[in-house]
Design a binder for this molecule. Structure first.
Ligand code: ARG
Length: 461
């Protein structure tokens, strides 16, 4: 079925495009979200063309006015996006020409859709990165608030999901703060590479017209212009890099959410998630499900999928622009939307988390979580670590056999396992002592944690 419309590139064709090809190749249904950037970029381009005397001042005026009218039409929902216009770039140019005639027909000089699409995506992405950085900072701030509220709360720290050593809940929360802080740093670094102005690379080779790329970059607030036209139109490393950074952020959030899912079970009862952020079951009246946390956990996989899509699309792509590159946008948009909504809802949910301090302390006090401290007690008395480890290991096995906690043993029972034990060993069994003793830099001792908390808060101001 041939389509009806005349294409801007129709000159060398004697038959119209088949309708099914129009539908298949169209990207307008998703790239229309770039309209603002496309128009802004075109306005800057038109100003440059006129400054360089490639078009007249009058043409510039007419083009800019036409583009502004189109912007308003789109924003008022009065612009018809049609698949036969292929993509947002051609749709806007077509309507501009309808409105302005020859002037509009002069706009595309010195550029191509290949550099134009890269420009639009870079402008879109740098804006989105700023927004995502904003949400990540808010999420970091809510972790700080939670940590500051839990001064002294003790949590059993786990390795292999087995109780390992007692730690401060604030230390745990600040661990996520550190991860998110690196995510934020990575977002900024990624933004630096996104924030490069590709327009003027034209199709792949640059242009013979006397354009001024630096001028366009200044108008569009880009600190740099791309240095190689072939690179500029053909690479999407900045897209893949962003999605990778987003994947790490999702991964970090998914881990926090997984902890919340586990901690909110009846078996753990370490945390209660606010009713506003949980849902019920359609059949089991007693249920309160941590769906938000589960969905964030689940959506991490979808962002990884976006990353793999873009990397696979790019793999072995011959130089320079190939239509495959159009497949960068849906995964990018999906990653942006997903990461933004997940971080946003987690921000809202976090301040209402209620930690059950007694349950945590109770769990931290059981399970021989201070066995390492008892071994270190011996080490401080000159016993080789391996020997101390072995002795305490046997001590633990003895306690399990007797169904007793270590604190219930007599000193002579202790001394059966090692002669190094003295009366003061009982202090080392206490979880508070265990936490307080971890004074090594980065360790969970209260002083370390409150200094870090202070440091972070001070930095913010
Ligand atoms: N819609 C295209 C994309 O997203 C724009 C560039 C098209 N260029 C071309 N030579 N067909 O990549």
């Amino acid at each position: 079925m041939p389509g009806k419309q005349k294409k801007p590139w129709g000159g060398r064709f004697s038959r119209p495009t088949a309708e099914m090809v129009e539908a298949f190749t169209a990207s307008i249904h998703f790239d229309k979200r770039l309209y603002r950037y496309d128009i802004e970029g075109s306005i800057a381009h038109a100003r440059m063309l006129s400054k360089q005397k490639i078009i007249s001042r009058e043409d510039e005026r007419v083009i800019v006015k036409g583009l502004m009218d189109i912007l308003h039409e789109i924003e008022k929902g009065r612009f018809a996006f049609k698949p036969e216009d292929e993509d947002i770039h051609m749709a806007i140019e077509k309507v501009l020409i309808e409105k302005t005639g020859a002037a509009g027909g002069r706009l595309h000089a010195g550029r191509s859709r290949n550099d134009q699409v890269s420009l639009d995506v870079r402008m879109y992405l740098r804006d989105e990165i700023l927004q995502i950085v904003g949400v990540v900072s808010r999420l970091k701030a809510s972790l700080i608030e939670l940590a500051a509220n839990e001064d002294g709360t003790i949590l059993p720290g786990y390795t292999h999901m087995q109780r390992a050593q007692p730690v401060l809940l604030a230390h745990y929360l600040l661990a996520y703060w550190e991860m998110l802080d690196r995510d934020e740093e990575r977002l900024w670094e990624c933004e630096r590479r996104v924030n490069i102005m590709p327009l003027g690379s034209a199709a792949l080779a640059g242009t013979g017209l006397p354009i001024d790329r630096a001028f366009v970059a200044r108008l569009l607030k880009f600190p740099e212009i791309s240095r190689n036209s072939m690179d500029a139109v053909s690479d999407r490393d900045f897209v893949a890099e962003f999605i990778f950074v987003a994947s790490l952020l999702m991964m970090h959030m998914s881990r926090f959410c997984e902890d919340l899912v586990i901690w909110s079970t009846g078996e753990f009862q370490f945390v209660e998630i606010s009713d506003a952020f949980t849902t019920g079951s359609s059949i089991m009246p007693q249920k309160k499900n941590p769906d938000v946390a589960e969905l964030i956990r689940g959506k991490a996989g979808r962002v990884y999928g976006d990353l793999i899509s873009v990397l696979t699309m790019m793999k072995a792509l011959p130089m320079t622009y190939n239509r495959d590159l159009q497949e960068d946008k849906e995964p990018l948009f999906d990653a942006v939307d997903t990461v933004k909504s997940c971080a946003g809802i987690l921000c809202e949910m976090a301040p209402y988390l209620k930690f059950n301090r007694e349950k945590m302390l109770q769990a931290a006090s059981g399970g021989f979580s201070t066995a390492t401290d008892v071994a270190e007690y011996l080490v401080m008395r000159g016993v080789p670590l391996r020997e101390a480890h072995e002795a305490v290991g046997r001590l633990v096995a003895y306690c399990i056999g007797k169904k007793k906690d270590m604190s219930a043993l007599t000193l002579s029972e202790f001394r059966r396992f090692h002669k190094g034990f003295e009366e003061d060993v009982y202090t080392f069994l206490k979880v508070e002592h265990a936490v307080q003793s971890k004074k090594s830099p980065g360790g969970t001792a209260r002083r370390n944690v409150s200094l870090r908390l202070k440091g972070i808060r001070g930095k913010k101001k």
